[in-house]
Design a protein around this ligand. Structure first.
Ligand code: A3P
Length: 299
């Protein structure tokens, strides 16, 4: 009898220790999220917000524009922590070491468009911080696909590698090829449904990438509100650069346009093939609109 009571007590103590360790771990990840490294009163912290995609949706523009805010600091390079096994195995301390140094009031933001379509990522992000805010910038899926192809084509040409014309990649027995990777990346509803299995809808803010190109300020205003940042970004932070054909940013007398890899001419695609593509995306787009509770004027 005495032995049973002692054993039960021992199990209880062990469980309690385990529980308090878990709670401590959770708190250090989700609230303070800070490193012990100090630098001029600043520290590297885990991101409070992540731009998860979509690839070629305007993720760089959104990141750089958010960076105009004095309470925001961004990781300049794409980190690919949650979607590259080699990085993920290095753990959160490695992830944190990729972040900028910030003051406690500043919000750290990183962007890795590869997160959106990688199935293992939502649960991993949740494990890091279930309260993290997610930004998803979308763009007309047909335009996005052509932009995606153009980027791959550009990389292959620079490395003197062979390439297939887009029209060929899109063809499969007289129909649209459902296995083409760039096409799959444009099926937003499929990827978003996985994120919504893990995160509540109100933790994901959808940015209209086409609207961001046309007039960035209103989209930035909405993002600022979602991130609960004081309103500091103003229309004077943006000016239209006629040479580039896009908006550029200005702050404290400095101006900045995105590099030439953003907004380059798209690879050619016949009007007929583009129309077919638009038709293909009609149903998936409808499902996406239902999921996000709004519609976009896509082709
Ligand atoms: P295109 O190169 O097809 O025009 P990402 O940063 O996710 O790779 O997205 C690239 C896209 O951002 C570009 O696609 C471009 O259209 C869009 N974009 C949005 N705002 C921009 C801006 N102010 N300057 C340059 N490109 C911008």
């Amino acid at each position: 009898m005495l032995w049973t009571v002692l054993l039960a007590l021992l199990v209880l103590v062990l469980l309690q220790t385990q529980l308090s360790m878990c709670l401590r771990e959770l708190r250090s990840h989700s609230s303070s999220s800070s490193s012990s490294t100090l630098y001029n009163g600043t520290q590297q912290r885990l991101p409070g917000a992540i731009i998860i995609g979509v690839r070629k949706g305007g993720t760089r523009a959104l990141l750089e524009m958010l960076n105009l805010h004095p309470d925001v600091k961004v990781a300049k390079a794409e980190v690919h922590y949650f979607n590259v096994e080699e990085h993920y195995r290095r753990g959160l301390s490695w992830y944190r070491s990729q972040m900028p140094f910030t003051l406690p009031r500043q919000l750290t933001v990183e962007k890795t468009p590869g997160y959106f379509s990688a199935p293992e990522v939502p649960a991993r992000v949740w494990d890091m911080n279930p309260a993290v805010r997610l930004l998803l910038i979308v763009r007309d899926p047909a335009e996005r696909l052509v932009s995606d192809y153009t980027q791959v084509l550009h990389n292959r040409l620079t490395r003197h590698k062979p390439y297939q014309p887009l029209e060929e990649l899109l063809q499969h027995k007289g129909h649209i090829n459902p296995n083409y990777k760039a096409l799959q990346r444009s099926l937003y509803h499929q990827h978003l449904s996985r994120w919504l299995e893990t995160f509540p809808r109100n933790q994901i803010h959808v940015v209209d990438g086409d609207a961001l190109i046309r007039d960035p300020f209103p989209e930035l205003k909405k993002a600022e509100r979602f991130l609960e940042l004081p309103p500091k970004i103003s229309p004077s932070n943006f000016y239209y650069n006629t040479t580039k054909g896009f908006y550029c940013m200005q702050t404290d007398g400095h101006d900045k346009c995105l590099d030439e890899s953003k907004g380059r001419p798209h690879a050619p695609l016949s009007a007929q093939a583009f129309k077919k593509l638009c038709h293909y995306f009609r149903k998936p787009n409808k499902l996406f609109f239902e999921m996000v509770g709004r519609s976009f004027s896509w082709c």
